[in-house]
Design a protein around this ligand. Structure first.
Ligand code: SF4
Length: 943
């Protein structure tokens, strides 16, 4: 405990108690900086920097620098941010636990105590990503999906149970409870935290803000209740839990001044889609966004959380709402203790941080205006969340997209084929139906984004009720599902009597988890899938999620529209997306009259009348306790014991990763890369899902073949996401998305490339000798010399097979890409797989924030073309070899390097590229071959 600048003060946390805290007003009084004018989000980070100032990890200079944050200046300083806790979901959490287990094994091999690897901050993992919609539209769908989930994931869940007993601060919320961000909002988040004061004779606890990082992009949802937190890659989260600060470049903070109120008919989802479109245009990538003003103050926390959830979609690091009385109301309504609510309010009052800022209170880098009264019912799609469409324009927009070129986010189909493609499909026991372009085949009320918000969930229920009362029904070709992010939703949909109406339309409960939002939409009926594929139909999904990239929702559904839960119900009723819901009926009522959307749309007052049922503190307390007792299936899973995991070489789910093979205490050196080949050349907006898909595994893919060779039948493949504990599957799955387009193989979709094999080899490092695979160990930094000679045979093959071929000649590899490389969900396997394929550098026009840092965290060099330079302008086709010149021990953040391109005819071009290792600590990570070896060396050296 320090008392730097005399900032260690006491305050009254309520009830006659006393607590200590590091006071931001005292920091300002000490003349360190104009703290009270800083954005609230910056002040919360500043508190962490001040409290954790130890002269080593966090310096006094870092406190001074952040206290003097300026709205506009060149950003060069990195902030060392020590977070209070970490949240994980299972897709990212299992591999993270695998890495921790591998670190323990490595420490044991070095003859040290494996317990030196231990999370220093509380870690909560919520198992939410594994449930799939195999069953839907029936009363027992939820139970059957849960059973299937446990059957498929038993090995992973056993492993999680080992982790729970091996690590002191690692807790698991088992399957069937909810979605990580909703569980965080409703239960895990405390708003203010306290720890015992380590000083002798000081019985009072020390209080500090609840801050976190999570291994899921939508961790930002917690910004809706004034908590600083965002998504990071699994490798950064591991470093965070092992006591390393999360480093990030000092951000600009964009203030969004909200005024007015939502009008009748507009929902929080419409607002979130409007904000997404507006902030994408404002280019907030890598910035903090802070909402303020009277409109923000009037929004309930659940609406704020919906907007905050979509920060990754607008590109911001956070979408933050400051702390005010509404936050305290929400904490009370969700069953948090009175003691906590008092401490929360009093703490932030003592920090001068309580209350929604007004215009002029804070100096932002940029201010934007939004009048909530201008928000209208909207959807977003068919391919990107920022492409908002006002509801009346939906038909025109979809029909237009149908024949637009793919490069303009269209489907590149012939316009005259739109109306003619009608295909008859048999229905399981229900006769026949017809589908065509624009048919809605998936309608999912899904995702924490919206299911955390009772106003839109109640609206969906009310709309269903009115539809049923008018005699409408949903065509059985539409796969309907309801997957809330917590059991509280079921409680209030039952109490309000709305669930039976949703059931009648097929929106039966299918589980409490991510489901369709993460792509676990499950199979469609076989004749329907056949009809789509054979007739190349542009069929549609409608979902209340936040992402709609190609192949995210379902491999064969090309058009995906994000919308509010009531609109999901409406489009399910309509059965098609080429419809103007303002003028065309959803169907015909039992009275023979057409039923329009406006006939069914609930009023704000109808929703308000039911809201009381949704926020009952006792319900939250009852449902968020003793999870194990409420989950017999979880209890049945056996757990192994011990501090070091006993790896099972037969497992196809959990394998010891090769990251610490040949680990030594000496880091490598930084050296030039020579004679590299391109594994792939991509266009713009390649997502992490393209790079490392989460969804289903094809039988004919390298990963599918590997699983079959290891005795797994196709029906038990499960998804890539669930197999992230096995590097053998994940390396084979890297760049294996069925929709990825490698421009080296024009016109072909899927993970293929042209391999230019050499008849003579070279000297280098790309193979992990212990596994016989490319990659592994500290591959990025070994000194190396490469040469190529002899005949160049160009062969088309899978990207994985090509990597194996190149590994035989120890050829370093590169990937070349366009704008926004690595956009989409944070996914550390997108960087890990890249590393394990032997890729040494990715050259892109621009990078998504987390993916760039993950690449560095795995020892892969991110390089950025200078403005105007692209693979196309350089006429690259994959036949070239490359040297990266200027890379040496003196590397500086964002230094310019030279990309030397040697073409097949022997001509050479040299182009400048910016090294996107952005901070000094990242240079250390790169030199060490990534964060994990860096942290491991630090911990072993201290032990
Ligand atoms: S519901 Fe969607 S946004 Fe929420 S955690 Fe799951 S995948 Fe992420």
């Amino acid at each position: 405990m320090h008392n730097l600048f005399n900032t260690l003060k006491t305050f009254d946390p309520g009830g006659g108690r006393q607590g200590s805290f590091y006071s931001l007003p005292a920091l300002e009084e000490a003349g360190v900086g104009p703290v009270s004018q800083l954005p609230v989000s910056i002040r919360l980070v500043l508190e962490s920097v001040l409290r954790n100032c130890d002269g080593k990890r966090v310096s006094e200079a870092a406190v001074r620098a952040l206290a003097n944050w300026k709205p506009t200046e060149t950003r060069t300083e990195e902030i060392p941010f020590v977070v209070a806790r970490i949240v994980l979901q299972d897709f990212t959490g299992v591999p993270l636990l695998v890495d921790l287990a591998a670190m323990r094994s490595a420490v044991q091999k070095l003859g040290k105590n494996p317990k030196i690897i231990e999370p220093l901050v509380p870690v909560d993992l919520v198992v939410d990503h594994s449930v799939q919609v195999d069953f839907a539209g029936t009363a027992d769908a939820m139970q059957k999906n849960l059973e299937m989930e446990f059957r498929r994931n038993r090995e992973r869940y056993q492993f999680l149970k080992w982790g729970m007993q091996a690590f002191d601060t690692f807790k698991v919320v088992p399957p069937g409870i909810g979605i990580v961000h909703q569980v965080n909002l409703e239960y895990l988040a405390k708003g203010v935290l306290s720890s015992p004061d380590p000083r002798p004779q000081t019985p009072d606890p020390i209080y500090y803000p609840d801050t976190l990082v999570g291994t899921d992009s939508h961790t930002t949802m917690i910004n809706g209740i004034g908590i600083v937190g965002w998504g990071v890659g699994g490798i950064e989260a591991e470093a965070g839990m092992l006591g390393q600060p999360v480093y990030f470049l000092t951000p600009d903070v964009v203030g969004v001044h909200l005024t007015g109120a939502l009008r009748e008919g507009a929902t929080a989802t419409d607002l979130a889609l409007t904000v997404t479109e507006m902030l994408r245009k404002a280019r907030v990538v890598g910035k903090f966004v802070e909402f303020f003003g009277p409109g923000a103050a009037a929004l309930p926390v659940v609406d704020r959380a919906t907007i905050a959830n979509m920060a990754p979609e607008y590109g911001a690091t956070m979408g933050f709402f400051p702390i005010d009385a509404e936050c305290v109301n929400y904490l009370r309504a969700t069953g948090r203790s009175e003691e906590l609510c008092l401490a929360y309010e009093n703490y932030y009052r003592a920090q001068g941080l309580f209350g929604m800022p007004k215009k002029g209170d804070i100096d932002y880098s940029q201010e934007l205006e939004l009048n909530l009264g201008t928000v209208v019912p909207s959807v977003a799609g068919p391919k990107r969340p920022q492409d908002r469409i006002e509801l009346p324009n939906m038909k025109k927009s979809f029909v237009g997209a149908f024949s637009k070129p793919v490069a303009e986010n269209g489907f590149g189909m012939k316009a005259d084929g739109f109306a003619t493609a009608r295909v008859e499909v048999p229905l399981n026991g229900h006769g026949k139906s017809t589908i065509g372009h624009g048919s809605v085949l998936i309608a999912a009320i899904t995702s924490c984004t919206n299911t955390s918000n009772p106003s839109v969930m109640l609206a969906a229920g009310l709309l269903a009720k009115k539809a049923v009362e008018r005699g409408l029904s949903v065509n059985p070709v539409v796969k309907t599902s309801l997957a809330p992010g917590s059991r509280v939703v079921t409680d209030y949909l039952n109490k309000t009597g709305l669930q039976p109406y949703l059931d009648q339309l097929g929106f039966n409960l299918v589980g409490y988890g991510c489901t369709t939002c993460i792509g676990n939409s499950g199979p469609l009926a076989a004749p329907i899938e056949d009809a789509i594929v054979k007739n190349n139909l542009v069929a549609a999904s409608v979902l209340s999620g936040n992402r709609n990239f190609e192949a995210r929702v379902h491999q064969n559904i090309k058009a995906n529209f994000l919308m509010s839960p009531p609109l999901v119900v409406a489009f399910a009723l309509a059965g098609r997306v080429d419809i103007d819901l303002n003028t065309e009926p959803l169907g015909t009522g039992r009275d023979g009259q057409p039923v329009l959307l406006k006939d069914l749309w609930p009023t704000l007052q109808e929703i308000r009348d039911l809201m009381q049922a949704a926020l009952q503190p006792d319900v939250f307390r009852k449902l968020y306790q003793n999870f194990a007792a409420q989950n017999p299936k979880w209890n049945e899973i056996p757990s192994s014991t011990g501090n070091v995991y006993e790896w099972d070489r037969q497992s196809t789910y959990i394998q010891e990763p090769p990251f610490f093979n040949r680990f030594s205490m000496q880091p490598g050196s930084i050296a030039e890369i020579k004679g590299a080949r391109t594994l792939a050349i991509f266009g713009d907006s390649v997502t992490t899902d393209h790079i490392s898909p989460a969804g289903s595994i094809k039988k004919t893919s390298p990963a599918g073949k590997y699983l079959i060779e290891n005795g797994v039948t196709a029906k038990d493949f499960n998804s890539y996401g669930s197999r992230r504990g096995n590097d053998r599957v994940m390396t084979r799955g890297t760049f294996a998305n069925v929709r990825i387009k490698n421009l080296m193989v024009p016109g072909v979709e899927g993970g293929v490339t042209i391999c230019h094999s050499q008849t003579k080899g070279s000297v280098g490092y790309a193979v992990d000798s212990s596994t016989g695979k490319p990659g592994g160990g500290n591959v990025a930094n070994s000194p190396s010399v490469y040469f190529h000679s002899g005949k160049d045979d160009a062969t088309q093959m899978s990207i994985y097979d090509a990597a194996i071929e190149y590994a035989k000649t120890k050829t370093p590899l590169m990937v070349i890409a366009g704008q926004e490389y690595g956009t989409g969900s944070s996914r550390d396997w997108a960087a890990k797989g890249t590393n394990l394929l032997g890729v040494k550098a990715v050259v892109a026009q621009s990078f998504e924030r987390i993916h760039r840092s993950n690449l560095v965290g795995m020892g892969v060099l991110p390089l950025q073309f200078k403005d105007g330079t692209t693979a196309q302008s350089l006429k690259l086709d994959g036949t070239e070899t490359y040297d990266i010149v200027g890379l040496d021990e003196n590397l500086k953040p964002q230094q310019d390097l030279t990309l030397k391109i040697t073409r097949q005819d022997g001509t050479v071009d040299e182009v400048p590229v910016r090294c996107r290792i952005d901070t000094p600590i990242e240079i250390d990570y790169y030199q060490h071959g990534g964060i994990l070896p860096y942290v491991l060396r630090q911990l072993v050296a201290k032990a």
